[in-house]
Design a protein around this ligand. Structure first.
Ligand code: HEM
Length: 257
């Protein structure tokens, strides 16, 4: 082994180590703030007087949202880095072209699908709508007229945020499960094409119906109906736990060895 080989191994293993550690740190930052918004801030704001709430939106929520959306970017970047480093460092066949057809590959692909959806909810729904809420709060504080669209914007952001809380539990099960739960032995290592087809058809339908509901495409944005899962943070918590059971059961029934 030459010095160049040693340097390559150290930087590759160091890169894998660093990206995994960073991924968990920034992932915690993102999801921790998501839980703060859902389980602390929204219920507290509902009890606050308008003036106090506007001040908190201006000074507190705007800062929390900065960490929230940039932690989401850092989580995505470090997640992609893990994929690249583990492929580069692989000496087995696991990360060859067929990785995403293996059970660990299907597990991480499901986790990444949910995490990417959450990322897009942050940047395309929550943040654009929260910008309107913050602008309105600042304008009202400065003595301006309230923006009539601010409440609807807040509602859209709330639905996407509760969707992200619901997805987060299942997403984390797959993130961690890839290396710890869904291992060869208990699960098929290389499932057949029809197993994969059944798994993805059901997994994608559940994901799509939920996300389209959060966006208001199914069931609109008003409370009740299918939106009952978003009506309170407790309903979102229960739906999130049930979703873990549903996805685990699907994975188990279709992909167990
Ligand atoms: C945004 C897109 C994301 C991508 C592309 C991504 C990608 C990955 C990858 C490739 C792994 C390694 C899986 C393995 O082979 O063991 C992983 C693990 C992990 N991810 Fe993510 N991830 C994302 C989002 C998140 C989020 C939002 C969190 C929230 C905390 C998170 C937390 C974790 C954890 C805890 C692990 C397990 C580390 C381990 O057991 O070694 N990820 N992720």
């Amino acid at each position: 082994m030459t010095l160049a080989d040693v340097i390559i191994i150290i930087s590759r293993d160091g890169g894998a180590f660093l990206s995994r550690w960073l991924h968990v740190v920034v992932g915690i930052t993102w999801i921790g703030l998501l839980y703060y918004f859902n389980f602390v801030q929204v219920p507290a704001f509902a009890e606050m007087e308008a003036a106090a709430r506007n001040n908190a939106v201006d000074k507190l929520a705007s800062r929390a949202l900065w960490w929230f959306r940039w932690a989401a970017v850092a989580t995505l970047v470090t997640g992609i880095m893990i994929l690249l480093f583990q492929k580069a460092g692989d000496t087995s066949q696991l990360f060859s072209g067929d990785y995403f057809k293996s059970t660990p590959g299907i597990s991480i692909a499901t986790g990444v699908l949910l995490a990417l959806t959450m990322f897009l909810n942050v940047w395309l729904v929550i943040w654009p709508n929260q910008k309107k809420v913050i602008a309105n709060a600042r304008n009202v504080q400065a003595g301006g007229e309230p923006d009539p669209d601010a409440a609807a914007a807040g509602r859209k952001a709330l639905l996407a945020s509760r969707m992200n809380a619901i997805f987060s539990f299942t997403m984390l099960m797959f993130m961690v499960g890839t290396a710890h739960f869904f291992l060869p032995g208990k699960f098929k290592f290389a499932p057949s094409g029809s197993d994969r087809g059944i798994y993805w058809a059901i997994a994608l339908i559940i994901w799509l119906v939920l996300e389209l509901s959060a966006l208001g495409v199914i069931g609109g944005t008003k409370p009740g109906g299918i939106n009952v899962i978003f009506d309170t943070h407790k309903a979102a918590l229960w739906t999130g736990f049930i979703l873990v059971v549903v996805y685990y059961a699907l994975f188990y029934v279709v992909l167990k060895a």
